[in-house]
Design a protein around this ligand. Structure first.
Ligand code: ATP
Ligand code: SF4
Length: 322
C-alpha cells in the first residue's frame, strides 16, 4: 500500500497560564492511499487535536507542535500559512460534526458548492452541472431542487451531504471526517458512512475517520488506531483489533460494545474516566484504570509490542503474560 500521510512522533501541547499541557504525545501513524483509517477513543483523548493539527486549524492558536506531519512526502509543519492554504481544502478536505458552522447561512447550498468548483476556472454552467452530479453522488434526493435551498432549510443529514459534496468537488487525496455523524440519527449515520465507503472505493480517496463510537468503524474502516489520553495505545486492521484486542483499554472498550455484551449477557463499563490534561502523570496514561498496572507502569512510558501483521500496542506486558 502506498503511504499518503505519516505522523512521526507527533506531539501537541497547549500553552496555558502555568506552562504546557500535553494533549497528544509521540503519535506514530500512517494513512495509506485509498484506505479508511479510524481514530477511536473516548472524549478528550486527543482525536480532534490530531485532525486540526494536520490542517493547522487549531482554533486558539496556543499549541506547540513537535514531530512531523508528512503528507505526500512534504512535512506540513514546515510549510508557511500560504503554502498550507494551497493544501487545505484541495489535497486535504475536512468535514466536521456540525456542518452549519462551515456553511454560509445566506447563500443557497448549490451556489456554495458551485463557488468551490469555480475556483478551478470552470464556467458557471459546468459548475452547476457538476454540483448537480455531486449532489446525486452523495444521494441527495431531487438534487436540482435541493441546490436551491438555504442551509437552514435542510436537515442535519442533508447538510452533511452538502459538506461532503463540497469537499468532493476539490478531489482531495485525503478526507478528514471529524465525528461526521455524531449529531445524526442511526439511519442517517449509516447512509453517511456508506457514502464515505463508496468514496474510498470509487475515487481512491483516503479517509481519516475520527469517532468515539467503536461500533460504526467495523463496517467502514480498514484499519483502527485507538487513542487514550493523547497516546496511541493500539493499532491494526479492523480484523486484528476486533479478533484480538490486546491493549487493556481496547479490550475493555470492545467488551463494552452492546453487540458483544448481549452475547455475554451483561454490559461492561470502564471504571474511571480519561484523566484531564492537568492530571496526567508519568508512565502509562491508562495506569489508574488498568487492572494489570504494576509499579513500572507509573514511572516509565510503555514500549511498543509488535503483535504481527499490522498489529501493535503499547504496554509493559504482552497480552499473554498479563
Ligand atoms: P471529543 O471527542 O470530546 O472531541 P477529542 O478526543 O477530540 O474529544 P480533543 O478535543 O483533541 O479530544 O482534546 C484533547 C484535550 O485537549 C482535552 O483535554 C481538551 O480539553 C484539551 N484541549 C483542546 N483544545 C485545547 C486548547 N486550545 N487549550 C488547552 N486545552 C485544550
Ligand atoms: Fe496497564 Fe501497565 Fe499496560 Fe499501561 S503499561 S496498559 S498500566 S499493564
Amino acid at each position: 500500500m502506498e503511504e499518503l500521510l505519516r505522523l512521526e512522533n507527533l506531539s501537541v501541547e497547549y500553552k496555558v497560564q502555568d506552562g504546557y499541557l500535553s494533549a497528544v504525545k509521540d503519535v506514530n501513524l500512517t494513512v495509506n492511499k485509498g484506505e479508511v483509517l479510524a481514530i477511536v477513543g473516548e472524549s478528550g483523548c486527543g482525536k480532534s487535536t490530531i485532525a486540526h493539527a494536520i490542517m493547522r486549524l487549531l482554533p486558539l492558536h496556543n499549541e506547540r507542535i513537535t514531530g512531523g506531519i508528512v503528507f505526500e512526502g512534504q512535512d506540513l509543519t514546515k510549510l508557511s500559512e500560504k503554502e498550507i492554504v494551497g493544501i487545505r481544502g484541495h489535497k486535504i478536505g475536512m468535514i466536521f460534526q456540525n456542518p452549519l458552522d462551515s456553511l454560509n447561512p445566506v447563500f443557497k447550498v448549490g451556489r456554495q458548492v458551485e463557488e468551490a468548483i469555480l475556483l478551478d476556472g470552470k464556467t458557471k454552467e459546468i459548475a452547476a452541472k457538476e454540483t448537480e452530479q455531486l449532489f446525486a453522488d452523495v444521494k441527495m434526493p431531487d438534487p436540482e431542487k435541493q441546490m436551491e435551498r438555504y442551509p437552514y432549510e435542510l436537515s442535519g443529514g442533508m447538510r452533511q451531504r452538502v459538506m461532503i459534496a463540497m469537499m468532493l468537488s476539490r478531489y482531495p487525496d485525503l478526507l478528514i471526517a471529524d465525528e461526521p455523524t455524531t449529531a445524526l440519527d442511526v439511519t442517517i449515520e449509516a447512509q453517511i458512512m456508506d457514502i464515505l465507503t463508496k468514496l474510498k472505493n470509487e475515487r481512491n480517496t483516503a479517509v481519516l475517520l475520527i469517532t468515539h463510537n467503536f461500533g460504526i468503524v467495523a463496517e467502514t474502516a480498514d484499519r483502527i488506531a485507538v487513542m487514550y489520553a493523547g497516546q496511541l495505545v493500539e493499532q491494526g486492521s479492523v480484523y486484528e483489533i476486533f479478533a484480538n484486542p490486546s491493549h487493556p483499554y481496547t479490550e475493555r472498550l470492545m467488551r463494552a460494545l452492546p453487540r458483544q455484551s448481549k452475547k455475554q449477557g451483561r454490559l461492561e463499563t470502564i471504571d474511571g474516566s480519561v484523566p484531564r490534561l492537568t492530571e496526567i502523570l508519568p508512565g502509562c496514561r491508562f495506569a489508574n484504570r488498568c487492572p494489570y498496572a504494576k509499579d513500572i507502569c507509573k514511572t516509565q512510558d510503555p514500549p511498543l509490542v509488535d503483535q504481527g501483521g499490522t498489529h501493535s500496542y503499547s504496554c509493559h506486558f504482552r497480552k499473554e503474560d498479563r
